[in-house]
Design a protein around this ligand. Structure first.
Ligand code: NDP
Ligand code: 8X3
Length: 251
C-alpha cells in the first residue's frame, strides 16, 4: 500500500526535490505552498506517477493550518511523514538596523508555522502510533555568522523543539529528525535578498554548494532506516564550507 508524505514548501528548492524523490518510490504526496500556480504544475507533473494532493496554504495562518488537514480525502488521511521544510531567511543586515518585518516573517514562518503544522499532524500520528517528523533546521541554528541574528535564532528553535518532541513522544513509535544543511543553492538567497539575482548568485560563486537533491536524498535515507533507529539531528555542509573561527576586533 502506498504511503503518505506531507511536505511544506513544496513549490521550490528542497521541498520540491523531496517530493520528486519520494514520488520515484511510489509515495502519495500532500504538497503545501502558497504559490498555487506552481503547486498545480508540480502536482500535475508528479501526478503522472503517484497520487498528489496540492494544498495551497500559508503555514503562518494558524486557523487555516488547523482546518486544512481535518477533512483529508480517505487515501491521504494517514500521514506517515511530515517534512516541515517551509521557511526563509529575510535580509542579512546587522541586528541594530535589521527590518522588523523581516524578523517577524522569519519567526512567523520558521517557528510558528512549523509549530502549527506539527500540532495539526501529530495527534493522528500518535493515534496510529506511527510516523516520522522531519524538520529542516540549519547550520545557522548552531553556528553564528554576521547577519544570521534572527534567522539563526529560528533554526535554534527548530533544533530544540525537535529534541523536545522526542521525550514527549517517548513510548510511541514516532521518530523526529532535525536536518541541518549548510549552504545549498535553491531560491533561498533570492528570497533573502528580495529578488536581487546578482546578490543571490554571488552567494554560490566559486564554491560547489549542496543541492536540493542532496537534501532530498538525506531525507529519504533517514526515513528509510529500520523503525527502531532515530536520527536526532544531522548536520551537512558542502566540502567548500567550514568554520571561520573566533572573530576578534583589534584597535
Ligand atoms: P526555497 O526558497 O527554494 O523554498 C522555500 C519553500 O518554502 C518554497 O516552496 C516556499 O513556497 C515555501 N514557503 C515559504 N514561506 C511559506 C509559508 N509561509 N507557507 C507555506 N510555504 C512557504 O528555499 P530552500 O528550499 O532552500 O529552503 C527550504 C528550507 O530549508 C527552509 O526552511 C530554509 O530555511 C532551510 N535551509 C535552506 C538552506 C539553503 O542554503 N538553501 C540551508 C539550510 C536550511 P511558497 O513561496 O510557494 O509558499
Ligand atoms: C541556510 C544556511 O548558512 O546560509 O540555512 O544560513 S546559511
Amino acid at each position: 500500500m502506498a504511503r503518505n508524505i506531507l511536505i511544506t514548501g513544496a513549490t521550490a528548492g528542497f521541498g520540491k526535490s523531496i517530493a520528486e524523490r519520494f514520488a520515484t518510490e511510489g509515495w502519495n504526496l500532500i504538497l503545501v505552498g502558497r504559490r498555487a500556480e506552481r503547486l498545480k504544475a508540480i502536482s500535475a507533473e508528479l501526478g503522472k506517477k503517484v497520487a498528489v494532493l496540492p494544498v495551497t496554504l500559508d503555514v503562518r495562518r494558524r486557523k487555516a493550518v488547523e482546518q486544512a488537514f481535518t477533512e483529508l480525502p480517505e487515501k491521504f488521511k494517514a500521514i506517515d511523514i511530515l517534512v516541515n521544510n517551509a521557511g526563509l531567511a529575510a535580509g542579512l543586515g546587522p541586528a541594530q538596523s535589521a527590518d522588523l518585518d523581516d524578523w517577524d516573517a522569519m519567526v512567523d514562518t520558521n517557528i510558528k508555522g512549523l509549530m502549527y503544522m506539527t500540532r495539526a499532524i501529530l495527534p493522528g500520528m500518535v493515534a496510529r502510533n506511527s510516523g516520522h517528523i522531519v524538520n529542516i533546521g540549519s547550520i545557522s541554528g548552531s553556528w553564528p555568522y554576521e547577519g544570521g541574528n534572527v534567522y539563526g535564532g529560528t533554526k535554534a528553535f527548530v533544533a530544540q523543539f525537535s529534541r523536545n518532541l522526542r521525550p514527549d513522544l517517548s513510548g510511541t513509535a514516532i521518530r523526529v529528525t532535525n536536518i541541518k544543511p549548510g549552504i545549498a543553492e535553491t531560491e533561498f538567497s533570492l528570497v533573502r535578498f528580495k529578488g536581487d539575482t546578482v546578490k543571490a548568485k554571488a552567494v554560490y560563486q566559486g564554491c560547489q554548494p549542496l543541492t536540493a537533491e542532496d537534501i532530498a536524498e538525506i531525507v529519504f535515507w533517514v526515513t528509510h532506516l529500520p523503525a527502531h533507529v532515530n536520527v536526532n539531528d544531522l548536520e551537512v555542509m558542502p566540502v567548500c564550507q567550514s568554520w571561520a573561527g573566533y572573530k576578534i576586533h583589534r584597535e
